[in-house]
Ligand binder design. Structure first.
Ligand code: G3I
Length: 377
């Protein structure tokens, strides 16, 4: 790495740590002083009695390392609200492996350090995906090379964070958009070179690199009514059974839950999937909850209520069958969300998919999540 950029990174890391020291001090007073920033982390019931935090379903959010350094109110809100965080991009191949010969851990280390300093657990995302792959991986020419690269990556990354990252999205979004048979996989360098074996190779290597880590297969678009979503649920169940039948290590399924306010939740279909997952002895996590509101009316109060309503329907359907091991949203505040990348509103208004608005104020979605995470076990 170029010396200047290394010194910049070190500076930003030192800067991050200096901020950490300041924010840790400020964080406590700052959080208390932050007007309007409510906290999932201080469990209060209606009677004002505190409930033991271990009775609650842990809440967390995807976090961004740059914002944790540059945006202290955001950082305080993460500290005040999250029992866990997941790096939104810093543990993906394109962030860690910009060139074939090197691993760049500065940003992922910074987030893991932040979690440790603030008593916040860190989830790992993700080890085997079609997305966020650096260009050089297109050169992976054959099966042997693909297996070597995938195994080497997982061994290097998971063992580095052994004991620091207790839960990994080992395989992310393996299913084709519309699976037309039980094992239809999303095109990726791994599926192309290794076929269905890439999942077992990845999961087995992750288990070897950190035998204590919880291994998760993470998927989206299994929550709604419609033939494509039904096909995805069917393919997911077939895939999970296949992994179980071959003794492949797997502990949980992540429901990403990127919900659409204008798509109907398929309560029966979703609950049948959850029952199958439970019957396979697998846990469930809600890993990336947000509500994509780009087709909703512009009036904020109306839109926020509809967003909360969809999330409530989803969480009710899930919690009636299983108690999720965690509820994470894909971001904490509308200030930092991926949604407008693909789903910008025609009226030009900012999207409002997350529990806190862009000014870190609580929204109805926050209250819905808070209600479900307090559901008694
Ligand atoms: O870090 C670079 C920066 O240096 C560069 O200047 C900038 C402009 O090109 O790009 C930055 O990287 C971006 C990265 O986010 C970090 O902000 C990538 O271009 C951008 O593609 C990437 O988007 C992320 C996307 O996954 C792809 O990795 C989104 O933020 C993230 O929210 C999204 O998350 C996915 C989950 O991993 C899987 N489930 C769906 C979810 C939403 O798409």
């Amino acid at each position: 790495m170029h010396r200047a950029s290394m010194s910049k990174l070190i500076h930003s890391r030192r800067d991050f740590l200096v901020h950490a020291a300041k924010a840790a001090a400020l964080g406590i007073s700052g959080t208390a002083a932050l007007s309007g920033v409510s906290s999932f982390a201080t469990p209060l019931t209606g009677a004002g009695q505190t409930s033991a935090s271990d009775e609650l379903i842990p809440y967390g959010a995807a976090a961004r390392s740059d914002a944790l350094v540059s945006d202290l109110p955001y950082r305080d809100a993460i500290i005040a609200n999250c029992r866990m965080i997941v790096p939104e991009s810093e543990l993906k191949w394109d962030a860690l492996r910009p060139t074939r010969g090197e691993f760049r851990f500065e940003k992922s280390d910074a987030i893991v350090d932040f979690g440790r300093q603030n008593g916040i657990a860190v989830r790992g995302h993700t080890l085997a995906w079609y997305g966020a792959m650096p260009g050089w991986t297109d050169e992976i020419a054959d099966r042997a090379e693909a297996e070597r690269e995938l195994v080497d990556h997982i061994e290097t990354v998971v063992s580095r964070y052994r004991g620091q990252i207790p839960s990994w999205d080992v395989v992310n979004e393996p299913l084709a958009e519309w699976p037309d048979d039980e094992f239809a996989f999303r095109p990726s360098i791994w599926a192309r070179r290794l076929g269905a074996d890439y999942l077992s190779i990845a999961l087995r290597e992750a288990a070897l690199a950190d035998p204590d880590a919880r291994l998760v297969l993470n998927e989206y678009d299994v929550e709604f009514k419609g033939p494509r979503f039904a096909a995805r649920r069917k393919a997911l169940i077939a895939l999970l059974r296949s992994l179980r039948d071959r003794g492949v290590p797997l502990h949980a399924v992540g429901l990403q839950a990127h919900l659409f306010a204008d798509r109907a939740i398929d309560r029966d279909g979703l609950q049948a999937l959850l029952a199958e997952i439970k019957a396979l002895g697998l846990d469930v996590l809600v890993t990336e909850l947000d509500v994509i509101d780009y087709t909703l009316p512009g009036r904020v109060s109306e839109r926020d209520a509809m967003v909360a309503g969809v999330a409530g329907q989803f969480l009710q359907a899930v919690c009636d069958v299983v108690r999720p091991k965690a509820i994470l949203t894909w971001g904490l505040s509308d200030r930092y969300t991926w949604v407008p990348i693909y789903f910008t509103r025609r009226d030009g208004m900012p999207n409002r998919p997350l529990p806190l608005d862009a000014d870190l104020r609580r929204k109805p979605l926050y209250d819905v999540i808070d209600e479900f995470r307090r559901k008694p076990a």
